[in-house]
Design a protein around this ligand. Sequence first.
Ligand code: ADP
Ligand code: 5GP
Length: 196
Amino acid sequence: MVLFVSSKIGQGENKKGRLVIISGPSGSGKTTICKQLMENSRIRRSISYTTRGRREGEKEGIDYHFIEKSEFEKLINENKLAEHAEYCGSLYGTPIEPIKEAIENGKIFILAIDVMGALQIMKKIPEVTSIFIMPPDDETLRQRLRERLTDSDVDIHKRLELANEELKYSKHYDFCVVNDQLDDTVKKIRGILNLS
Ligand code: ADP
Ligand code: 5GP
């Protein structure tokens, strides 16, 4: 994939766009952190395709593009995805076009994606800045997933099991940030991205 992306650190306003990956176990806080980062008008977030069912409160085209497996396979065959991966039995993928558009328009474009998808992007676009969000500890992660009230006990169990595997991939990322106090986490990430 040919994209003109600037280097990892040290970019100001009016510079070329930049691609940023944010990964971390389910419940580590990626969505919450992205929402806060998006208060800055230079930040945009990729909206993924997924075959997962829509959770209560999620909106089509805002949280995800919710599609059937056959439609997802069509997107893969038409080379419309920058990466894709299976997570807890559902497919997730990042559309290519919005990345190109955001980078051309000087935006900092965030992909909140799983570790398998992240590795694909790191290989294709080495200039990407990658940030891994760590939960403070296992018990806090379990509690946050429970309190989010979006997943069944079975799903929470699956996601916690996967979390231990995902943590092993944190060493592939440029930065690891422990999401203990949300304000501190967001401040650290703004620092990494040189945002005020
Ligand atoms: P992810 O997108 O990584 O799956 P979420 O952003 O949905 O995770 O966060 C999971 C839950 O934890 C949400 O209910 C969110 O409000 C809460 N949460 C996120 N970060 C923190 C934090 N630093 N302290 C307390 N609760 C948090
Ligand atoms: P959730 O079902 O909790 O919304 O997301 C499950 C996992 O899929 C999370 O780790 C999330 O970051 C990841 N994910 C979301 N969109 C994508 C995507 O487009 N590609 C990949 N590889 N993972 C994604």
